[in-house]
Design a binder for this molecule. Structure first.
Ligand SMILES: CC(C)(COP(=O)(O)OP(=O)(O)OC[C@H]1O[C@@H](n2cnc3c(N)ncnc32)[C@H](O)[C@@H]1OP(=O)(O)O)[C@@H](O)C(=O)NCCC(=O)NCCS
Length: 143
């Protein structure tokens, strides 16, 4: 059985490096990781951390009202396509709703845009490049 629990920023680093790292210059420590309003969750199979997600109170000038940013979403390669990513997104939607946010947004890697669409997100604007990573789309979900 998969359980979701809050973890520390440092506990996200292993999967950020394993799953999200694209090259030697990938910055796996994010600005805001240690902010008191930032929360990190892990999906666990017994004691093994197989998924991570981070939620920050970051505002994007393109949106209005209270916003949350989803970041660092990753599921271990051998645990993908089993519903864990969806469960982690549902967790941060629940937390965002509890904080009365109106928008949940993220910078989505272009290869996972359809995953976010399935969770109710839509694209805003044009594709853009994030250095040391890949092309992204700004995506958001109204809460
Ligand atoms: C993207 C990611 C987090 C999805 O997590 P996951 O646990 O594999 O996804 P789920 O099993 O919860 O998938 C939920 C749905 O999205 C679909 N889906 C998953 N990954 C997808 C992808 N890359 N493209 C399109 N659809 C995808 C699944 O088929 C499933 O569809 P269904 O509801 O119709 O059955 C995971 O594949 C991952 O870590 N990828 C590499 C890192 C990455 O790119 N992270 C995102 C950075 S923005």
């Amino acid at each position: 059985m998969i359980t979701i629990k809050q973890i520390t920023p440092i506990e996200t680093y292993t999967l950020r490096l394993e799953v999200l790292k694209t090259n030697a210059d990938y910055i796996y420590q994010y600005q805001g990781d240690f902010d008191e309003k930032t929360v990190h969750y892990g999906a666990f199979d017994a004691d093994k951390n197989i998924g991570i997600i981070t939620l920050m109170e970051n505002e994007n000038p393109l949106f209005q009202g209270k916003q949350m940013q989803l970041r660092g979403m990753a599921v271990a390669t051998n645990a993908q396509n089993k519903g864990i990513g969806k469960t982690l997104v549902q967790k941060v939607i629940k937390i965002s709703n509890a904080k009365e946010a109106k928008i949940l947004w993220c910078n989505a890697r272009e290869q996972v845009v359809d995953f976010y669409k399935k969770q109710g997100f839509q694209i805003e604007g044009e594709r853009f490049y994030i250095e040391h990573v890949c092309y992204h789309y700004l995506m958001y979900k109204k809460l």
